[in-house]
Design a protein around this ligand. Structure first.
Ligand SMILES: [Zn+2]
Length: 167
């Protein structure tokens, strides 16, 4: 049982990120695969989802127990992100910016592509590709669609124009 709890640790923060629509440290697929096999995390997800729904409902927000739950959720999110500093500082521009640039240039000369094919096409590892895609998405540089659990990306039109001007 203790071992199971360990296994779930990395999904706990991911679940709150997922609910809040934030970027996750793991891929959506990883989380969904885990959820499919883990009752505890499923319950966790349901709890957070209810809490979040309650947060958005003003009537619920007046209730003391909701306030308490909301406070606990914020505390938990804050403490999880503070705990994540065991390594050395990462230069975002080097770690994400450079691979994002490689992907950006690849997308500039291609149409919609399955995200899972990008590691092979760009010689970047899968994790880096996912981080870079998340970053490009947040910056509004790419479009994303999903079909049958496959994610497709495409360079946004205004970025494509930039790419053509650079040629
Ligand atoms: Zn779990």
């Amino acid at each position: 049982m203790a071992k199971d709890k360990n296994k779930c640790e990395k999904y706990e923060l991911a679940i709150t990120d997922y609910i809040l629509g934030e970027e996750m440290d793991i891929t959506r697929e990883e989380l969904l695969n885990h959820l499919a096999t883990c009752d505890n995390c499923q319950k966790d997800l349901t709890n957070w989802r209810e809490t979040y729904a309650a947060m958005r409902n003003k009537a619920y927000m007046e209730k003391p127990e909701t306030k308490k739950k909301y406070q606990e959720m914020l505390e938990r999110i804050k403490s999880s992100s503070c705990e994540k500093v065991p390594g050395k500082d990462v230069n975002i521009n080097t770690k994400i910016g450079a691979p994002a640039g490689v992907i950006w240039r690849y997308l500039a000369t291609n149409g919609w592509i399955n995200v899972d094919e990008l590691p092979k096409k760009t010689n970047l590892n899968k994790e880096i590709v996912h981080e870079a895609i998340g970053w490009l998405g947040k910056e509004g540089k790419i479009l994303m669609t999903e079909e049958k659990q496959t994610t497709y990306v495409c360079l946004a039109d205004h970025e494509r124009k930039n790419a053509q001007m650079q040629e």
